[in-house]
Design a protein around this ligand. Sequence first.
Ligand code: FO1
Length: 316
Amino acid sequence: MVLNGHKQVVALAGGVGGAKLVYGLSKVLSPGDLTIIGNVGDDFVHYGLHISPDLDTVLYTLAEVANPITGWGLADDTRHMLDMLRRYGEDTWFGLGDHDLATHLLRTHWLGQGHTLTEITARLVLALGVAHPLLPVTDDLLATMVDTVEYGTLPFQEYFVRYRWQPAVERVWFQGADRARMTVEVASALANADMIIFCPSNPVLSIAPILAVPGIREALETRRASSIVVSPFVGGKAVKGPAAKLMNELGLEVSPRGVAQYYAGLVDGLVVDVSDRDLPLPDRVEILTTRTLMQSGADKVRLAKQILDWVGSRTA
Ligand code: FO1
């Protein structure tokens, strides 16, 4: 519904790329007009700690404390804890920062007390002074699994971090997707949405886990809202990460049209980077061509404004 003349925007976000656009949107939309639905398929338990990388990346980015180089983890963090693990002979392939560790300790502690991931995320968001709601898509177990040629089935972080997404992928699937329930907060946000934005995250690794939660795809297919996807490609390549390599390995077209095809039926519009304007474009979706590369804060805000104006004008 349109509250006080404002449009209710829901952003589906995964890792670093998605968090950048969410940051831009947060500078343009008030907390009552923007809800972020975050991927939890990257979550895993490491040394007994429940780690939610994509939720933390959005949280840290909105709180303006994210590591500006990597996009994930905390700026100016240290790695003394890892140093000590290495002294004990551990293979410290997953880079846990000392300050970042506090987030995982608290999340694990509160989960142990019976709090939900939704409640915990809201507490972390509030504590870091973030005003916009960040909703895990589900409070149930959901784990992205990657079937690779070289190592068989790998849990997501082993594929992405330990093996640096180099293994050849045969299939990506989501453990727990059949039983996971979307939260009531997510169901309500989607029902009330006037605009849904698929952020420029990896379609297969970051957005597909969200769509795999029963009811999400149906809610999007029967949407009243305008729904748009921002292509994660610039110049036919991923800005960072395995999106192009992975889509190629899965036989998907590595282009903005391939992204629109991947989300067939779920989106009405596609935002394409100017460098890809001459690639084959999908029909039956509206196209906005602009600069989608977000390097500065100003880039993120500009892109967010352009998208909101474009969708707003289309649904006026
Ligand atoms: N990504 C890496 O490439 N190397 C790391 O050592 C690493 C550590 C890490 C720690 C906490 C966290 O929240 C994220 C971390 N990431 C790391 C990124 C993470 O693997 C990805 O951001 C997502 O899971 C995919 O978007």
